[in-house]
Design a protein around this ligand. Structure first.
Ligand SMILES: *Cc1c(COP(=O)(O)O)cnc(C)c1O
Length: 426
């Protein structure tokens, strides 16, 4: 089937043609490309057109596609069986590996997706504190659990209203929303609801409104407010964990959360995620404590093998400093190319996460992110796609690089971006 036929068929059989909304190219227009395979820094469509991949499965593939350490571990496991629903040695090794890499976490539970990790972490925090409300930030994404699909109503300081149909008012009233990087709004929420707030959940570096880094003192301020009220501080490191540093953003910014959620990289490209926390909090989890959480495929042998192989290699090679160097090289190259073409951009980059915002104002929170020109981004996206560079199909996503994105690859990206910027600048 051709791409067009596949897309028509997909739209007949799958809601919107996709199994996850951003894949539908709604943010950039046009129709998605269908992928047949990927290797290293490249991804190939079903007509075998090659693209340099800056999506990397939205984060997991930090070693590039199909790293042999991971595929060999999977081949080995393949011969032994796919799923047992019983204890395995690899689960223990992976738990140990995770806890040795992130800081301040005593116990970890494996689950199947980032969504499951954040949903479970919040339930545990509620069980631990005996409180109902959570604080989240506009523009931060924590998966599709009901509690997280809430935006601010009239002003950020009111009770939330659902931003998805099917989320009940009952759930919405327990989600309080503040603006990312605006500590003063969180202070107001704590003044009003100090003894009702079970948890603050935050992306320590925001990646789901495009890349936005935490303002000086923001994460420290959240730590202080949670300490003062007894609320649980949850860092959602599903994107940043094992990507920004060995111990994620928490290590990079030297702020210790009480709980942490992990996903994406931890599964090596297979469906695996995790939530971790301090001992007294995690001892609330069933069968030790009264907070129920379970999963038929949790700790699945194939996923565990892939995750363990990927983390083992990261631990051996410690590529984070090199990735950050490559990230800043790419960011500077894109800034220079845009300046030459007189296209106003803000290139937000930290480590191997990067977003090109089409804006003349620094992007520091949801408002400034939303002020960027999404239709110019759409032109940039399609110009790059035509030239063989596959970017995330939305202004509000992070692009990623892997250890396979060497200087030659980065130069190609910058060269193609120069061409596209110069068309946009005309
Ligand atoms: C991707 C992501 C999630 C959701 O993970 P899924 O595996 O897609 O359910 C949650 N939080 C953050 C920060 C993410 O980037």
């Amino acid at each position: 089937m051709s791409q067009t036929d596949l897309w028509l068929k997909a739209c007949e059989k799958i809601p919107g043609g996709v199994n996850s909304p951003v894949r539908a190219f709604g943010g950039v227009g046009g129709t998605p490309i269908f992928i047949s395979r990927a290797q290293g820094p490249f991804i190939y469509d079903i007509e075998d057109r090659e693209y340099i991949d800056l999506v990397l499965s939205f984060g997991p593939m930090i070693l590039g596609h199909n790293p042999s350490v991971v595929t060999e571990a999977l081949e080995k496991q393949l011969k032994k069986g796919l799923s047992f629903g019983a204890c395995t040695g690899a689960e223990v090794l992976l738990a140990d590996r995770i806890l040795s890499m992130v800081q301040g976490m005593d116990l970890v539970r494996l689950v199947n997706s980032g969504t499951e990790a954040t949903m479970s972490a919040v339930r545990v925090a509620r069980g631990f504190t005996g409180r109902d409300k959570i604080v989240k930030f506009k523009g931060c994404y924590h998966g599709h659990g009901d509690s997280f699909l809430i935006q601010a109503g009239s002003g950020a300081l009111t009770h939330g209203v659902p931003s998805s149909l099917g989320v009940t008012q009952g759930v919405a009233k327990d989600t309080l929303v503040a603006s990312y990087n605006h500590l003063e709004e969180v202070e107001v929420l704590f003044e009003k609801h100090s003894h009702e707030i079970a948890a603050v959940i935050v992306e320590p570096v925001a990646g789901n409104m495009g890349v936005v880094t935490p303002a000086k003192g923001f994460l420290e301020g959240l730590r202080r407010l949670c300490d003062a009220s007894g609320a649980v501080l949850i860092f959602d490191e599903v994107m940043t964990g094992f990507r920004l540093a060995r111990g994620g953003a928490s290590e990079l910014f030297a702020v210790k959360p009480d709980m942490m959620t992990l996903g994406k990289i931890v599964g090596g490209g297979l469906p695996l995620a995790a939530y971790a926390g301090r001992r007294e909090i995690m001892e609330m989890v069933s069968p030790l404590g009264g907070v129920y959480q379970a999963g038929t495929l949790s700790g699945n042998p194939m996923a565990t093998a892939a995750g363990l192989a990927q983390l083992d290699l990261l631990e051996q090679e410690k590529p984070w400093a090199e990735l950050a160097l490559q990230g800043s090289r790419l960011a500077q190259g894109l800034r220079d190319a845009a300046a030459t073409a007189r296209v106003p951009v803000q290139v937000n980059q930290i480590g191997s996460m990067i977003t090109v915002f089409f804006s003349d104002k620094p992007v520091i929170d949801t408002e400034t992110a939303m002020a960027a020109n999404a239709s110019t981004f759409a032109r940039f996206f399609h110009g790059m796609l035509e030239r063989g560079i596959y970017l995330p199909p939305s202004q509000y996503e992070s692009a990623f690089i892997s250890t396979m994105h060497n200087d030659i690859i980065l130069n190609q990206i910058i060269e193609k971006a120069s061409e596209v910027f110069s068309i946009i600048g005309k």
